[in-house]
Design a protein around this ligand. Structure first.
Ligand SMILES: C[C@H](N)C(=O)N[C@@H](Cc1c[nH]cn1)C(=O)O
Ligand SMILES: [Zn+2]
Ligand SMILES: [Zn+2]
Length: 532
């Protein structure tokens, strides 16, 4: 029998006692009881019999043995520049979906469906731009087994050599000295997505039955707000996803660089753009400077009204929506393995706004933040071009937290920008709009799925994981929980210094290998658990 099998309290009881322990009052949903406990107990007994044959060491050895193949396959996927935010690269995003579907087919997945989501809604330059397909597939459909849905995204953030990358971003480079793989998507999220496929392959190579039925949901718009996926999940909840017992997402990172973590919370993200336009074309600043009203000057005024240099959001009503910190909650931060030095090492600077661990963690996990990302339409090359841009589009986003109301936030932001622009008395035109949004999420970190992942982490790394929240967002997480009425568990593969969204993104080879072993062990422990 697998180690660690023991009887559990009912999930409802556990949920309450854990909520009390952690002082969490924001569970986004509970655990489903669609089927009687007896049903799961029967499945547990069937699985327990099977699991006596399962041998982790054999599985882990096989994963190690297949390492060159797994790295080579990752390199092939990485080569496709699937940047979802770049409309001109949409064919590449679709090509990567097809590539992944082909791999699933070779691995024996069945019922592979490329779900089309229609055209991308505004704001978008091409009104007919197709959204990338969602890749659904099944591995096994044994009613005696639990079903785990694994979510990942095959799209990536933009990357270019001229941004400062040491090597070509869409070519997987192995740094032998540091034992890491460098490429856009290595850690976010092509590496982890491939991890699930590799886990299946290792089982197949061993002739070992997968302990659960696996369902994939791989999307190509995560980095652009998961547009269209909510609707698909709602539509498939009673169909393709009908039997799903748990959702596992491997699309975030350890907090630091040494200790594995399991993640039970995410911030949300509402992304906005401000368009300011005036002159009919870009103009000579010697001829028109000081005579006409400049959109770029207006934009900098609106931008500077949003947030101060200490990161404080200056928009009325926003901070008031944030849930207050409790004394009990403060204790949680002290137990987390993290230091200011790790924060500085990950940012490659000494620019942290806070000194204490608790302050850093709270501002990363449980307070909102506003970031100004950039703009379209302005001069950005080297040299000194004396131009007045005629139209500029500024981009900024707000990371949201409990108890912020997304619709209220949008209204506060748009009203604020309109008010500030009006106060400039500018003859230019200004429009602020939401590009996409995604909800924050917080869960019970001690349900059957988290417990199985904690055991898996211990089996692979020899340590108990820290339970963390994530400052980033995975917009679809709450939708899975609500629509499928299942728990969602975040099992990160990479480290906090992987440079996701940054230059020189990397995934340590050890994290890739150990991460796959953890995924495999998680499936076995979850299958063996009595609870759903
Ligand atoms: C954590 C995850 N790997 C990630 O990077 N998510 C993105 C998703 C996003 C994009 N726009 C809004 N949310 C992120 O947190 O930026
Ligand atoms: Zn990302
Ligand atoms: Zn991601």
């Amino acid at each position: 029998m697998l180690p660690g099998l023991s009887s559990k309290k009912s999930s409802g009881c556990r949920l309450l006692s854990i909520a009390k322990r952690l002082n969490i009052t924001h569970f986004s949903s509970g655990i489903s009881h669609r089927l009687p406990q007896a049903y799961y107990l029967r499945r547990f007994h069937i699985y327990r019999k099977m699991s006596t044959e399962a041998n982790f060491q054999q599985l882990f050895n096989k994963i190690d043995e297949l390492k060159p193949r797994f790295i080579e396959r990752l390199a092939k996927a990485i080569e496709i520049p699937a940047v979802s935010s770049d409309e001109s690269l949409r064919p590449q995003v679709i090509k990567k979906a097809q590539f992944i579907a082909g791999e699933l087919q070779k691995l024996g997945f069945s019922d592979i469906q490329m779900k089309e989501l229609g055209a991308q809604p505004p704001p978008v330059a091409d009104p007919n731009l197709p959204l990338p397909p969602v890749v659904l597939a099944r591995y096994g459909s044994d009613p005696a087994k639990k079903t785990v849905l694994v979510y990942g995204h095959y799209d990536v953030q933009p990357a270019a050599l001229e941004d400062g990358w040491a090597t070509e971003p869409f070519k997987l480079i192995i740094d032998e000295e540091k034992q890491l793989m460098r490429a856009r998507g290595a850690s976010d999220d092509t590496g982890p997505l491939k991890g699930w496929l590799n886990v299946v392959e290792a089982h197949r190579e061993l002739g070992l039955d997968l302990p659960v039925n696996l369902v994939t949901c791989f999307e190509g718009m995560e980095e652009s707000g998961s547009i269209g996926l909510d609707g698909l999940i709602a539509e498939e909840a009673g169909k393709y996803f009908k039997e799903v017992d748990a959702v596992c997402i491997s699309d975030n990172y350890w907090l630091g660089t040494k200790k594995p973590v399991l993640t039970y919370g995410l911030r949300g993200c509402n992304y906005f753009q401000i368009t300011i336009e005036g002159p009919a074309a870009d103009l000579h600043s010697g001829i028109f400077g000081g005579v006409i009203s400049e959109p770029m000057i207006d934009l900098t005024k609106v931008f500077s009204s949003l947030v101060d240099s200490r990161g404080r959001i200056l928009i009325d009503g926003v901070n008031e929506m944030v849930a207050p910190v409790t004394e009990k909650e403060k204790e949680l931060y002290e137990k987390i393995d993290f230091t200011l030095d790790e924060m500085n090492a990950a940012s490659g600077s000494q620019t942290c706004l806070y000194e204490s661990k608790a302050d850093i963690l709270m501002h990363r996990w449980r307070y909102p933040s506003l970031s100004i990302h950039g703009l379209e339409g302005a001069f950005s090359a080297q040299g000194a071009k004396t131009v007045i841009p005629s139209k500029v589009v500024g981009k900024f986003s707000i990371r949201t937290v409990p108890d912020m109301d997304s619709a209220k936030l949008d209204k506060f932001v748009i009203d604020h920008c309109d008010k500030v622009f009006a106060s400039l008395n500018s003859p230019n035109r200004c429009k602020t709009e939401l590009i996409h949004d995604g909800n924050y999420w917080i869960s019970d970190p001690f349900n059957a799925s988290f417990t199985a992942a904690a055991k898996a982490t211990k089996a692979v790394y020899g340590v108990e994981p820290d339970f963390t929240r994530e400052g980033g967002s995975i917009p679809i997480t709450l939708t899975f929980e609500k629509e499928l009425k299942t728990s969602v568990m975040l099992l990160p593969m990479g480290r906090g210094d992987d440079g996701a969204h940054s230059i020189n993104e990397k995934l340590d080879i050890s994290n890739y290998m150990q991460g796959m072993k953890t995924m495999a062990a998680y499936l076995h422990y979850y299958a063996a658990s009595k609870e759903k």
